[in-house]
Design a binder for this molecule. Structure first.
Ligand code: C2E
Ligand code: MG
Ligand code: MG
Length: 556
């Protein structure tokens, strides 16, 4: 905003200078016209002063054009007034003196007026284009920001209401960009209906993000709810050859001036953060007001992304290996690799904190790829140190397991390390199936064909039912720690875990419980015929060398 105001001040200064020189030139030409006997000498050359009148006229025209270019709205009025005035005085001169020497000046001024009209209409069109979204005709981000900046300067209270269409990517991916554009235009039309010169302005911020500024008279929450209802109803446009009906799922976030921030960039960013939180909360309302907690979380997320990027570059990551045991006889089944991040100052950052953050961006692909390569390379020695077959599992995010290149990546890592595929297990969560079900199932099937094992992690925390699991090509169910935590005292969780183990076996899956911390839990799980356990009770995550030692101990 400061930058914007500085630019404005500079422009006003330049206009004043240009106007000053125009006036000086006008006075000069009037003086020369009334003193035609004046002469200038350049060495031996003597010229009448009137011979410079053409140059002065041209310079006046040029200055007028500069004024219009600097600020076409005000500049145009100023120059029209000036040119109009000049023409008037020249006509008076002609009539009163009865001589026609000012006639060329009149032509000159008329041509200047026409030139200025053409230039200013070109500038007006260019300015409109710069602040208008080409697809929807709504204000774009730049136009919207200018509007907010004006409201801030005028000290008017307002709310920025952001709208994000959640399923827009699916529309683009499944129906094509042409339909995506039609859907965006339809949303824009519905938003335009809400626009009102006094209190509401709407805009397309970019992609599938729209925004409105609503002034204090309007309560932003019911406004947002109403818009969301309008946008959310099905979109159809038969005119452009599309007769598909699709319901859009919309989230909204609200930031306020002057409460949340005093500048446009922050207000837009905070409204966006509020949308993101509305998505996280997953509440029925789907609307969220920005607050300072969100701001702190947001900056921590930015910091975490930077830490993760640095760690990939400078190799601050390493893996630890948490042992898994067969409950009957405590025989080592294998290890789950868990990522650790140690910063140069010794601070540890938990994967529980940074993984959910990087999972929202493409950064997770790099992290997962790093873990897969490092885990398989290190696991080769683990597998070789064990007498019996062990399995090393690697956590893979939903984005990665549903990506087209994932199976090839696994294949090439296995081949490069001469690693037996049956000793690798990929842990995925049920959200992988929620995000991109078909591609995930396809990839999982391919991996199973290679011989790689698949575990469904954190089972029991989401919405996947056992009947859904039955159709998924997995071979291990990992019951989440939250269900094990109070299994000794909570009969309902006990029965639930019992049922999962029983049903898991029915659908030919083995079952492991994670987060088992004490003997009581262990005994209960044994009684329920759980196959494996992973937890502090029998083994915390181990450094690589200690994991090798454990393998060797098992072998002896
Ligand atoms: P997860 O895959 O469910 O991993 C199990 C988590 O439970 C690990 O935490 C482990 O240390 C912890 N745990 C295991 N047994 C016990 C126990 O008896 N008591 C307690 N209190 N905790 C136990 P960690 O290492 O902090 O990892 C947290 C989550 O971070 C993981 O949950 C996983 O979702 C993610 N994560 C960890 N490493 C990776 C990785 O390499 N790639 C990806 N994509 N995610 C990872
Ligand atoms: Mg896991
Ligand atoms: Mg888990």
């Amino acid at each position: 905003m400061l930058k914007f105001q500085a630019g404005r001040k500079k422009r006003i200064f330049l206009i004043i200078v240009a106007v000053f020189f125009t006036v000086v030139l006008a006075l000069l030409s009037r003086y020369v016209e009334s003193h035609r006997e004046l002469q200038f000498g350049f060495g031996s050359v003597i010229l009448p002063a009137s011979s410079f009148l053409g140059v002065v006229q041209a310079m006046k025209g040029l200055l007028c054009i500069i004024i219009v270019v600097l600020d076409y709205k005000r500049g145009r009025i100023l120059t029209y007034l000036y040119m109009g005035g000049s023409i008037f005085f020249m006509l008076v001169g002609i009539i009163s003196r009865g001589e026609m020497s000012s006639l060329p000046g009149i032509y000159n001024s008329i041509i200047s007026i026409i030139s200025i009209a053409i230039i200013s209409s070109g500038l007006a069109k260019a300015e409109k284009r710069a602040v208008t979204d080409y697809l929807t005709g709504l204000k774009n981000r730049r136009g919207f920001s200018a509007l907010l900046e004006k409201a801030i300067r005028d000290k008017k209270s307002f709310h920025v209401v952001y709208f994000e269409i959640e399923n827009f990517r699916t529309i683009n991916d499944n129906l094509g960009h042409k339909y995506g554009d039609v859907a965006l235009k339809a949303v824009a039309e519905k938003l335009k209906e809400k626009e009102d010169e006094e209190t509401v302005y709407v805009s397309r911020i970019g992609g599938a993000e729209f925004a409105a500024v609503v002034f204090e008279k309007i309560d932003p929450k019911p406004f947002a709810a109403n818009v969301m209802e309008k946008i959310g109803t099905s979109v159809t446009n038969v005119d452009e050859g599309f007769d598909i009906n699709i319901a859009l799922s919309v989230y909204s976030g609200i930031s306020s001036f002057p409460g949340d921030a005093d500048n446009t960039d922050d207000l837009l960013k905070f409204a966006d953060i509020a949308v993101y939180n509305a998505r996280l909360q997953n509440s029925k309302e789907r609307i969220c007001f920005f607050n300072t907690d969100m701001k702190d979380r947001f900056y921590r997320q930015i910091e975490l992304e930077k830490i993760v990027k640095d760690s990939l570059l400078r190799d601050y990551f390493y893996l630890v290996y948490q042992p898994q045991f067969r409950i009957e006889g405590k025989k080592l089944r294998g290890f789950e690799t868990l990522l650790r991040l140690k910063q140069p100052d010794g601070t540890m950052v938990s994967p529980g904190e940074f993984i959910p953050v990087v999972e929202k961006s493409e950064l997770i692909m790099k992290v997962d790829s790093y873990v897969l390569r490092r885990a398989v390379k290190e696991a080769k020695r683990l597998v070789d140190s064990c007498e019996s077959n062990i399995v090393v599992s690697v956590n893979v995010s939903a984005k990665n397991i549903s990506s087209p290149g994932f199976v090839d990546e696994v294949k090439s890592v296995l081949e490069f390390n001469h690693y037996p595929p049956e000793c690798l297990e990929i842990e995925i969560t049920e959200y992988s199936f929620a995000e991109s079900k078909d591609l995930t199932i396809e990839n999982v099937k391919e991996l199973r064909k290679l011989g790689v094992q698949i575990a469904l992690d954190d089972f029991g925390t989401g919405y996947t039912s056992l009947s859904q699991v039955m159709h998924l090509p997995i071979n291990l169910l990992k019951i989440d720690k939250s269900l094990i935590d109070d299994i000794e005292s909570n009969a309902m969780n006990r029965d639930f875990v019992d049922a999962i183990i029983y049903m898991g076996h029915l659908i030919k899956c083995e079952v492991i419980c994670e987060g088992v911390e004490n003997d009581e839990q262990l005994e209960l799980l044994k009684a329920h015929e759980c196959d494996f356990v992973q937890g502090f009770v029998w083994g915390r995550p181990l450094e690589y060398d200690n994991a090798i030692d454990l393998c060797k101990k098992e072998a002896s």
